[in-house]
Design a protein around this ligand. Sequence first.
Ligand code: AMP
Length: 448
Amino acid sequence: MYVWGILKRSHKCEDMASKIKKLNVLVVGGGGREHALTWAISKSRNCGELYCAPGNGGIADVAICINIAAEDLRGLVEFALNNAIDLVVVGPEGPLVAGLVDRLEEKGIKAFGPGAKAAMLEGSKGLTKDLCRKYNIPTADYARFDKCDAAKEYVRIKGAPVVIKADGLAAGKGVILCRNENEAYAAIDHIMTELAFGEAGAEIVIEDFLSGEEISFFALVDGEHAIPLVAAQDHKAAFDGDEGPNTGGMGAYSPAPVVDESMVATIMETIIAPTIKGMKAEKMPYKGVLFAGLMLTDDGPQLIEYNCRFGDPECQTLIMRLESDMLDVLLAATDGKLKKVSLKWRDETALTVVMATQGYPDKYQKGSEIRCIPAAEGLDGVMVFHASTRRNGDAIIANGGRVLGVTALAPSAAEAQKLAYQAVSKIDWPEGFNRTDIGWRAINLAKS
Ligand code: AMP
């Protein structure tokens, strides 16, 4: 319909429009991040058929959902081949680390995201720490262990506080902050002997405890060049006041007021650029999005960890602020053409409030109905991204822990917070809960 509009305006536009080859795109994943990605891609002037595997109840509004799991690499490659897919955008870390991008590229299909080797920046915390040491990237001092006794001996010498991390992928749970040595010994046993995170804990990293303000920083990378996206901050704790158990993220906002232009330059220069250079030198060039968890310490920004994909729910806030064409940007990163790209962002604050099923992150029941989402989306500047829903006829059914990401765009953090909670109040879902203070840090900072 959009192209029809262009065609009707003038012959010149008609010529231009006919030259644009529309791309068929497959997005892999089914969470809030993938809803935000498909939503942004669907608005691109270059988007042809848009598919999402497996998608969810909200993604079905903007893409054709296909019933293939994100971990089913063979099924995904086959689908891409059979449906003339021009670009595959891989959302979650699992298929990236398992090598989906490599398999697609072997078949001549373009894919956004790192290959398996480069995805080990997220797949092995030890590998990332070694890279930091070799290329002088600021990060907490550390040691790696595959034997319990040696790990405990290190703690005895080093003292506490320390942070103990399972080396491999542990669904965001393999990190234990230890205030004293006894907690550290217990954490080592928990990860290495009890294998609480499975094989991911066969090896561990022990690192110094860093203090400061934590931020999520994103850069797009094409193997050689990196361009910064914007920074965001999230709230990991389940309850108000950043209390309660750790979750995948109960809300986020962007911009992060602690990150100004000079901080972006420092992060790019001291952390992102040497990482890209190092990865290339190590023969595992990185492309895709590089998500750096950073601590802004008194000694400057230090790397806490890398992720090889967009964060969720940070992605929802970034995408609300992006003015540039998302598909063009992803394609430029995939084609090694980022050097020519400059991105346009909205200055406003985007703020996401996650609505989760009661009981999350522990036990919870799937299957309750959520009503009145359209009333929330009817508010100007609001978008409701679905993280875990399915459709039953016209009804939207909760299908997981974190279920919706109610996202608002407004001139300030305070106004974005107000608008987001106004939207939340319109949603009728007695079985859900949400924090009521997302963005408090940014709002307090603006007041001070
Ligand atoms: P990670 O999965 O490595 O990002 O760790 C999860 C969370 O643990 C981070 O978001 C930080 O809040 C915290 N964390 C990890 N490493 C450190 C560290 N060295 N010092 C202080 N906090 C840390």
